[in-house]
Ligand binder design. Structure first.
Ligand code: ADP
Length: 599
């Protein structure tokens, strides 16, 4: 289809939903249009400086001869009868070298570039290429003329920062193709580097491919059997003790962090993105307050990467503030996950943090309302549950065409209004994810950081990955962790009893249990994000600490009275905390270790 052909005209406007009427083809039938296709609305009232604007929109609903489209811009000045052009493409992102280190909006416009050219307010109708067309990359082919390739097969690579960025045969390629021409050298992403001959035609391949964001990158590859989906079989190590030991997240797994305001969600997310054992981090900041987004994009580039260099070198940020049009907010999460899938397909471990999925769901609700769909609970669309599930299903572990493993771990935050976990978005998310890290305002108030409530949180991965734990953390690890969870529960019950009866009202045994629980909480669960040593505990160190602490808490010990109990566990807690703040095997570390053994 001619990409500049007017095939429809505006029939009605309702906020950012525009109804378009298809014009007639030569044979008298309306031009065909499909769901999720991108169209451009061309207002006849010209924009500032008399510029013709092209407002990008996505088709949401198709009826005979008509379609409802969602405009990613303000629809100010759009009038009945304005021409509409079809692009013939779905809402897509550009995938290729040069994505790392970028800050994009939900439609993959590079924000820094736009800010440098146009100031902070994006002029309406502006589209900038997601990948810099001027940058050159040294392409080294790995296939020769005559080689047979399938969708997703590697045809060459470039060096993108510290990563070997694999250039893969188009994901939409059908069947097998033969390499009819390939060249080595330094090119930009729009220069052909190879040609592939299929049964039907010959296509040129560049280092960049466009991919529709609502279709998983891996979908055609899995369907054709070029790649395989596997069960996650190891944890994503975050070096946060409470997560790795008690509520683990699998590599390629899913987790949800709900956070009442001020409960430490931002700090926790930045710890996870910094210290997790992954290659690439994609952050989707969709529609939080503008201030928070600014915080994310100013903080990240300055954050040191424990793996060396700046964290931004292996990060992609997609950000939208709530002041941006609602449709762009809804799209941003798909843009982010498509980029994450692309890097996973190369065999990387990728972490995607979506903050917050509540805003994404609210964007869906607004759109659904404007389309006058039948609402479900709290006016969210009836398909909320399936949309949430479909999103989290894009996470996972795969074996790519080359037999390498790549993972995409998805951590979504939810921001339930008033901390009410019963609301639909939190509930849908909880039905889908396998790990739940419930931040609690109460623990944050007590400054018990990370303020994840151990009595509220859960993870199905502890059981699911039990083989990994037995092999790496010791036989019986899962049972030991569970026994410590029970101790926390018992401690809480005794504390509640004491609030009524006072210390005198509980038995000596209960009093001991209570102090053991406090000790476990303070030593193991709480971790100081701002201490250079305590901020990050390697899994080896967690194993040693856990066993040492478990030994102390399960050792049979006689106490004369409650005062003795308190004194003992207070001392033990202090020693362990000092141990946590000491560098591994330093003189201090050995000293505290010795004192713990002697206590
Ligand atoms: P939220 O994003 O939930 O509003 P923040 O993540 O900004 O909250 O945390 C609020 C404050 O709590 C931080 O400025 C910091 O002082 C404290 N805090 C949060 N998490 C930790 C942590 N893991 N260790 C130490 N202090 C923390």
């Amino acid at each position: 289809m001619n990409s500049r052909q007017v095939t429809a005209k505006v029939k009605g406007v309702r906020d950012d939903i525009v109804t378009i009427q298809m014009l007639s083809n030569a044979d008298g039938t309306p031009f065909p249009i499909i769901k999720n296709e991108v169209v451009h609305i061309c207002p006849t009232r010209l924009g500032v400086e008399g510029r013709q604007e092209f407002l990008k929109a996505e088709v949401l609903r198709v009826r005979f001869g008509e379609a409802d489209v969602q405009v990613f811009e303000s629809t100010r000045g759009v009038a009945i009868g304005d021409p509409v052009e079809q692009t013939g493409h779905m809402l897509s992102v550009s995938l290729g070298p040069g994505l790392l280190g970028q800050v994009y909006d939900g439609l993959q416009n590079p924000l820094e570039l736009i800010a440098s050219q146009h100031g902070f307010f994006l002029p309406r109708g502006l589209e900038v290429s997601g990948i810099d067309p001027h940058q050159h990359w040294a392409f080294v082919p790995v296939v020769k003329i005559g080689a047979k390739v399938r969708a997703g097969d590697v045809i060459g690579a470039v060096q993108e920062g510290r990563f070997k960025h694999k250039i893969m045969a188009p994901f939409g390629l059908q069947g097998e193709a033969e390499v009819s021409w390939v060249q080595e050298g330094s090119f930009n992403v729009t220069t052909p580097v190879a040609r592939l001959k299929t049964d039907r035609n010959e296509i040129e391949v560049t280092m960049q491919q466009q991919w529709p964001v609502r279709v998983p990158v891996s979908e055609p590859l899995l369907r054709a059997g070029n790649s395989k989906r596997l069960f996650p079989n190891e944890p994503l190590l975050t070096t946060i003790r409470l997560i790795d030991t008690f509520f683990p997240i699998a590599r390629g797994g899913t987790a949800c962090i709900p956070g009442p305001f001020g409960a430490g969600k931002t700090v926790l997310q930045s710890l996870i993105s910094r210290f997790s054992d992954v290659d690439i981090v994609v952050i989707v900041a969709c529609g939080e307050r503008a201030g928070e987004v600014v915080e994310t994009i100013t903080e990240f580039p300055n954050m040191a990467d424990p793996k060396g260099g700046s964290l931004m070198d292996r990060t992609v940020i997609i950000c939208n503030t709530s002041s941006m049009p609602v449709a762009a907010r809804e799209a941003s999460i798909y843009t982010g996950i498509t980029i994450a899938e692309y890097y996973r397909q190369m065999g990387n471990n990728v972490l995607l943090i979506a903050d917050s999925t509540s805003r994404w769901a609210q964007a869906m609700r607004e759109t659904s309302g404007r389309l006058e769909e039948i609402p479900g609970e709290e006016a969210f669309p009836a398909y909320l549950d399936s949309s949430v599930r479909a999103l989290y299903e894009r996470a996972g572990l795969i074996e790519n065409n080359e037999g390498q493993l790549g993972s995409l771990t998805l951590i979504g935050t939810v921001s339930p209004a008033g901390g009410n976990f019963e609301e639909p978005v939190t509930q849908s998310t909880l039905r889908t994810v396998k790990s739940f890290l419930g931040l609690s305002a109460e623990r944050a108030y007590k400054r018990a950081y990370p303020a994840v409530d151990p009595l509220l949180s859960w993870s199905r991965y502890l059981e699911q990955l039990s083989d990994w734990y037995s092999a790496h953390m010791g036989e019986g690890w899962v049972e030991q962790v569970k026994s410590m969870q029970k101790l926390l529960q018992a401690g809480e019950e005794i504390q509640q009893m004491m609030q009524v009866t006072g210390e005198e009202g509980v038995t000596l045994d209960d009093y001991i249990t209570y102090h053991k629980a406090i000790c476990l909480d303070q030593v193991y669960l709480q971790q100081d994000a701002f201490d250079p040593v305590d901020a990050s505990t390697t899994v080896e160190r967690q194993k040693a600490l856990f066993h040492e602490l478990l030994g102390c808490l399960t050792k049979a010990r006689e106490f004369g009275d409650k005062e003795e109990v308190r004194a003992h566990y207070t001392k033990l807690t202090g020693l362990f905390r000092n141990l946590n703040y000491s560098r591994l095997h330093s003189p201090d570390y050995r000293k505290y270790e010795g004192e713990i053994k002697a206590t």
